[in-house]
Structures are given as C-alpha cells and as structure tokens.
Design a binder for this molecule. Sequence first.
Ligand code: AMP
Ligand code: GLY
Length: 429
Amino acid sequence: MNVLLIGSGGREHALAWKLAQSPLLGTLFAAPGNPGIAKHASCLALDVTDHDAVAGFCRQNEIALVIVGPEAPLVAGLADALAREGIKVFGPSAEAAKLEGSKGFTKELCDRCGVPTAAWQRFNNAPKAKAYLRQVGAPIVIKADGLAAGKGVTVAETLDEAFAAVDDCFEGAFGDAGAEVVIEEKLVGEEASCFFICDGTTALPFGTAQDHKAVGEGDTGPNTGGMGAYSPAPVMTPEMSARVMREIVEPSLRGMAETGTPFTGVLFAGLMITEDGPKLIEYNVRFGDPECQVLMMRLDTDLLPLLAAAADGRLADVSANWRDEAALAVVMATNGYPGRTDKGSVIGGTDAADAAEGVEIFHAGTALDGANLVAAGGRVLNVTALGASVTAARAAAYAAVDKIDWRGGFCRRDIGWRAVARENLEKAR
Ligand code: AMP
Ligand code: GLY
C-alpha cells in the first residue's frame, strides 16, 4: 500500500517511524515532512491547502490511504475533498472535526447525549459574558470557541483575570477563534488523555497518556503545545477506562452518527478524573503531540492495517496490543519558546542519542542547513524512551538528552514527576 502522511511535526515522525515497520507498506510519502521523517518517507513540497493538488498526487501515485496528522487540514475539509474523489482517508470530515474546531459544538453534543462535562454557557459579546461572570464568580474557565493553537483557554482564579480573558477573546487576541466565548465551571481532579481510533460507529481504545503543558519545571510558566508526555496514564485503571468508554466515548460517537456526521479518525479525549467520575474537558480530532510519540513506542501491533480498517469502517475486526513497558518523551525546544524563537541554531549528537536500545529521537521543528541539522521552530526534538517503569523510561530519555549537543535549546528536567512520585510511593510500601 502506498501511503501519504500529512504533517511535519514530531507526531508525524512517530507515525512515519511506526508505519515504516509495516510489511504492508509500499511507498510512504509525507507532505511536507521534516528531516527525521525523511529517513522513512519521501518528503514532498505539496500545498495541503490545495485539495485538488493533493487528490491529483494521490491518483498519480496510487495512494491507498491518506493519514492526516494535524487538525487544521481536517477542519479545512481535506478529508471531505479526498473522500469525494474516492480516495481513502484516515481523519474526520470538516463537520466531524468541529469536535475540536468549536468548543460550543462539543458542549452541545455533551448536553444532547448526556456526556459528563463542566457546566457551561456560550456568549458572543463581552458585556453579557461579564454579567454572567459577576453572577457565578471565580474560579472559572474562559475559552475562545475556535482553534487557537492551544492558547485560547484561561483558567481564571479571580474575576479580574476572567474579565481580562473575555476582553482578549473579543478584542481579537485569537482572531476569529475568539468571536464566541465559552465560559465553564472549573473542574478539579487529575487530568488524563485517552485516545480512540474510530470508524464512525466503533471506537478502539488506543492508549492513554499524560501531557505537561506548562513550559517550566513544576508545571509553572506559560502553556505550550506540550513539553513532554508519558504513557500509560496511571489514573486510567481498567475500571476508569471502561467508564470513559461507556459514559463519554460511546454516547459521543452515537450522537455524531445520529446527526449525520459520523466520526472517523483519532478521537483524543482530554479528561478530568473528578470525585464524581470522569468528565470531558475537550475533544481533539487527531493524535496529541507529543502524546503520539509515546503511544507509537508502546504499540505492539502493525499501525497501517488498523488505520486502514478505521477508514474502511471495519474496526470491529481488528485489535491493538501494547507493550507492558512505559514510554516517556522529553520535548527539546528552542530557547525563548513558547515566545519568539530564532531559527538556525546547530544541533549535534542526535545519532549518538538515537543509538541506545529503546530510544527514538523524533524530529519536530528541524531543518537541514547543508550538512547541519538546525532548529526551525519552537518545539524541535522529542527524545523518547521505553522502560520497565516511568522512572526507568525517564532515566533512559534524559541519558539520551544529555548526548545531544544543542546550545540553542532547553528542556524540562522533570517530565513524568507525578508518575515517578507515585512509583516511589508504591516502592516504599
Ligand atoms: P485546552 O487548551 O483546551 O487543551 O485546555 C488547556 C488546559 O486547560 C487543559 O489541559 C486543562 O488543564 C485546563 N482546563 C480546560 N478546561 C478546564 C476546566 N473546565 N476545568 C479545569 N481545567 C480546565
Ligand atoms: N499535547 C497536546 C495536544 O497535542 O493537544
């Protein structure tokens, strides 16, 4: 099977690395890809916003499956355009991608289908939003309705913070994404990310992970796209996973199918495990980044037939096996991230770091400058390792980080701290 993978980040490098191990794979193409992906795929300068060009490429190259990594092309309708041309695609339609593209859409689905989530209200102007805030008080959560590159959410501890967040949204800090605002109750508990591969009617559980959103150690400083992750998420016991499937994922899939917008692709449920049980914080319609990297390290089944089965509506016929080991990814980012970053700092030592057993260095924002590997974005490398425990995976990942010679970058040194503390407690018992 020839496959076209859309995207250029660490998530797509991990997918390419895993797909390249499939005996079913013919040629893997990636658009646009990156220097890490280029080890496994033929990288193309294809404009993925030009749906006709993508479809034309697929026809010329007998592409049997298109796998879409990021959300933006899905929200823009790439999967619809390819499906209209009879090209098989793993990823939701634009209408189904509203689960990520519009917070209000997801909250309405939750209300309609009885999915537990934070109590909420939607506003299209600041005075009404602020009047509501005065009524309910803080703490409270303010969200730009649309896609805001992970930056549209404010967990406000005071009313002043909440007012400022409302002003940011309506004054255009998030562009069109802030034209509507969702205000919701602050949930208390432990967060977890759960992944499901879906074919419109069936959901296959596809691993759990915990992300680290804040840029600084001890979860301090501004939010980022994710500074590290580990899998599995310890809060997701088999009982909790079964509840999430029954109370959240299955009713959501049924609700989507009932309105004529069945969901195909990866459903990424961001959950809060509260005293009252699991509640949905949000859906994404793609793998997390860097969560995908740790999932791919642990997946012990050929990825390609699973994704093809989802695209074909045959998920009930397949299953996924997982390694018992934990996996942990440390994100190395350019100094200054998540603010402004300079491009072009030279990175050495990745081959030495990659050579260790059970370690993979996935590329995110890298580029080649002659023979040099250089930084080309905020998040640059994902140093990912397997281990018998999160503690062991973390030791292996940081040993690999220490082999990388990059003065222009940094990483958090405490990825996995909650799980490591939990493992230490268990050992002491
Ligand atoms: P998002 O950008 O939508 O992934 O949200 C960013 C983060 O905001 C989440 O990972 C949570 O930590 C937090 N968050 C979002 N909604 C709530 C909520 N209702 N209660 C508490 N925390 C929340
Ligand atoms: N790491 C969080 C995300 O991909 O949304």
